[in-house]
Design a protein around this ligand. Structure first.
Ligand SMILES: *Cc1c(COP(=O)(O)O)cnc(C)c1O
Length: 442
């Protein structure tokens, strides 16, 4: 499969190059040249298949041309060593629990898949040159990427995170690992971390010095595997006889997760429509209302993994529905709004949604999932069934959840183990010159 850049000014890349480079030379995002529709027979019997079987079929459509079949199967099966169950919350609302992986957040799947795929390509190449992964995180990406890549030969990971703006539990998940993982504590906000990473990729001297790649959801190997979830959710809903008029609702920040769902839709996944649920960072919501995309500085909220003021994957969504720029902005906007609606919630509304859900159903939401739940409560039509993603385990935001709901959320053993480690991190300013100097001395 060939990958082109959303900015249209970079050379076409193969999968290996797209994964290693992350971002194209023109700062655009890589897009697969075609999206193969899956055959009708696949959907006819999908409910009889396991998550791993379903995921392999989806992965084969995206990556089958570039990765040897047995190796791809192994990558998929290794990545999905845990389940993503669908749980009924009330009459017509279900949740897709994406938090049963090693770090209890949905990014585990993309991160681990990318680590395995990169390792596959490094081994195929056989040059033994170290690859350095740079990743900016507002909380959950860092832990998922660090754990996905931990101990993988030939790859070193630098996690950049905003000082004081990630939860203590999140922080210990990527600052206590050591080995091939370095945590960098940036005196700034998430967007500063993201800007440092983007500048590093564009810096010729740095790229001479070391081989750099990104593991943010701009990387095709990280965001695309998230499509697996939605096929699995559809299968499980079909098994329950609830797959008609399905609405998928995705709490969104950088829009990688929902973008993968939309790629799934383009492969033929029978979902009626999608909702992108946001916290107070309402850039996409405003785009849907006005047709204008106006990035802003990110705002800090209770759902901090979604505090993004300029969502990277917006460019992919526009590219997908404009058919690589062939349709006008008006037509593109019209296509997008006919399939996707938006919602935006203040911290107070998030708290209320968490309380209302807990009282009415007993289900404990985390602040991110709460946006998804609330968007379905407000947005579902009587003949529709809704599935929202619960993107993190509530224990990852224990202080907030306990306070809001007046309960004591149990901390799973996996999470407790991280909290025993010792924090190690390198302080950094948000000035690119400092970061560059640091990397040049590594
Ligand atoms: C990353 C994250 C999100 C947002 O996902 P995007 O792919 O960036 O839209 C939502 N919830 C949690 C818990 C996350 O970690």
């Amino acid at each position: 499969m060939q990958y082109y850049s959303t900015n249209g000014k970079a050379p076409i890349a193969d999968l290996h190059k797209a994964v290693v480079k992350g971002l194209a030379e023109d700062r655009g995002l890589y897009m697969p040249e075609s999206i193969k529709p899956l055959p009708k027979e696949f959907f006819d019997t999908i409910e009889t298949k396991t998550f791993q079987e379903i995921a392999y079929t989806v992965a084969d459509a995206f990556f089958g041309e570039d990765v040897e079949a047995e190796a791809l199967k192994k990558i998929v099966y290794d990545t999905l060593s845990f389940d993503c169950p669908v749980v009924q919350v009330n009459d017509n609302i279900f949740t897709l629990e994406l938090f049963h992986g090693p770090t209890l957040a949905f990014k585990d799947v993309g991160a681990r898949f990318m680590a395995r795929l990169l390792q596959y390509f490094i081994r195929m190449e056989g040059k033994g040159e170290q690859v350095n992964v740079l990743v900016a995180t507002s909380g959950d990406t860092g832990s998922a990427v660090a754990n996905g890549f931990l101990g993988v030969d030939g790859i070193h990971v630098y996690v950049l995170y905003p000082k004081g703006k990630v939860s203590p539990i999140q922080e210990c998940q990527f600052t206590t690992l050591g080995r091939n993982i370095t945590a960098i504590e940036v005196d700034g906000v998430f967007d500063d971390c993201q800007a440092l990473v983007k500048s590093a990729f564009m810096d010729a001297e740095l790229n001479q010095h070391m081989k750099l790649t990104s593991a943010n959801s701009i990387n095709v190997a990280r965001f695309l595997p998230q499509a697996f979830y939605y096929f699995n959710a559809y299968a499980r809903m079909k098994a329950l006889g609830k797959a008609d008029n399905l609405v998928m609702c995705v709490p969104s920040g950088n829009f990688g997760n929902i973008c993968a769902a939309l790629f799934g839709h383009a492969q033929g996944l029978p979902v009626k429509r999608f909702i992108a649920a946001n916290n107070a960072n309402d850039i996409f919501y405003n785009y849907l209302q006005t047709g204008r995309y106006e990035p802003k500085a990110s705002r800090q909220t209770l759902a901090n993994a979604m505090d993004v003021g300029d969502p990277s994957n917006f460019a992919r969504i526009i590219n997908l529905y404009s058919e690589n720029g062939q349709l006008s902005p008006e037509e593109t906007h019209q296509r997008i709004t006919s399939l996707i609606s938006g919602a935006t919630y203040s911290d107070d509304q998030i708290r209320q949604a968490m309380r209302q859900c807990h009282e009415a159903t007993g289900y404990i939401l985390d602040p991110h999932g709460a946006c998804g739940y609330q968007a379905l409560v407000e947005g579902l039509k009587p003949d529709e069934t809704g599935v929202f993603c619960e993107t993190a385990h509530p224990a990852k935001f224990k202080e907030k959840v306990d306070e809001i709901l007046g309960i004591g959320v149990d901390i799973p053993a996996r999470l407790r183990a991280f909290m025993q480690g010792e924090k190690q991190s390198t302080p950094m300013t948000k000035d690119f010159a400092d970061f560059k100097h640091y990397l040049l001395t590594q």
